[in-house]
Write a protein that binds this ligand. Structure first.
Ligand code: NCD
Length: 271
């Protein structure tokens, strides 16, 4: 909160002077990488790294461990995004500096969750007591995996809304159960849209489908359009980690409760 007020006022905190952050992106990124790089720049530090592993020695066959063992000597912290689940953990095992997971396969995306929680708290002044719907590809979407785990620390009702083939994996449902979070599964928004304080939409994670036919089958299987707004409450905020493909029609962007671009901007403060 304090940092966001400072940044909004144009007085940047010089917290990270003479610090170097390595941003290692083995997978595409716009918001996560650029907001990390903007955040360290605004805090007085510098960054090194790559946005595409094709330009690194990985292309020559270097292992992840060797890459990390080298880069750990050039920086004060590492941010890594990688297509393999567990890659950040492997990196942390061999790194001498802290490692931040910026997304590992379909597993986790914890810094997205921090900015999601920040956004919810800014909008509602609280997280407890809210009815939150996670909608879309809950099977492969790492943002909703991390978000559901974090929301388990709060008193919320969770609605897991997805086509049957894209349901939240049982591991996460088990975690919710053990944490005592009431959660309800639905295939469409129809029955519960009006109850929701937040509708958190995710993209169909095309790159995670092993079988292109399975992807084709699910393509277009859920969508938020202007008509969908009628099945939501007047105050339901629509969130999305972005990028959006076709799951939210652009006409929805002008709706005052569509807050996904604001959500993306909060990445600067949190990161
Ligand atoms: C998300 C991701 O990388 O998992 N993007 C992001 O970081 N904002 C969501 C997605 O790619 O669908």
């Amino acid at each position: 909160m304090k940092i966001s007020a400072q940044v909004k006022a144009g007085t940047y905190p010089d917290l990270l002077k003479n610090k170097v952050l390595a941003t290692l992106f083995f997978e595409p990124s716009t918001r996560t990488r650029l907001s990390f790089e903007a955040a360290i720049s605004l805090s007085g530090g510098n960054y090194i790294g790559f946005a595409d592993a094709i330009n690194s020695s990985v292309k020559k066959g270097e292992t992840l461990k060797d890459t990390i063992k080298t880069i750990t000597g050039y920086c004060h912290a590492i941010v890594i995004r990688h297509p393999y689940e567990g890659a950040a953990r492997v990196a942390a095992e061999v790194s001498k500096v802290p490692v931040i997971n910026a997304g590992d396969g379909s597993n986790q995306h914890p810094t997205q969750t921090l900015l999601d929680l920040f956004t919810i708290n800014e909008k509602f002044g609280k997280i407890d007591g809210l009815n939150i719907g996670l909608f879309g590809d809950l099977k492969y979407g790492r943002t909703v995996h991390s978000l559901s785990m974090a929301l388990a620390y709060y008193n919320v009702n969770l609605y897991l809304i997805s086509p049957e083939l894209l349901q939240m994996p049982s591991y996460y449902k088990q975690h919710l159960k053990q944490s005592g979070v009431p959660f309800f599964e639905h295939e469409t928004l129809n029955e519960i849209g009006k109850k929701l304080d937040i509708l958190y939409v995710t993209r169909l994670q095309r790159e995670r489908f092993g079988d292109p036919l399975e992807y084709e089958k699910m393509s277009g299987s859920y969508r938020v359009t202007e008509d969908t707004l009628l099945s939501l409450a007047n105050h339901t905020k629509i969130m999305h980690p972005l990028p959006r493909v076709d799951e939210i029609t652009p006409a929805v962007d002008t709706y005052e409760n569509a807050i996904y671009f604001e959500q993306a901007h909060n990445g600067i403060f949190v990161r």
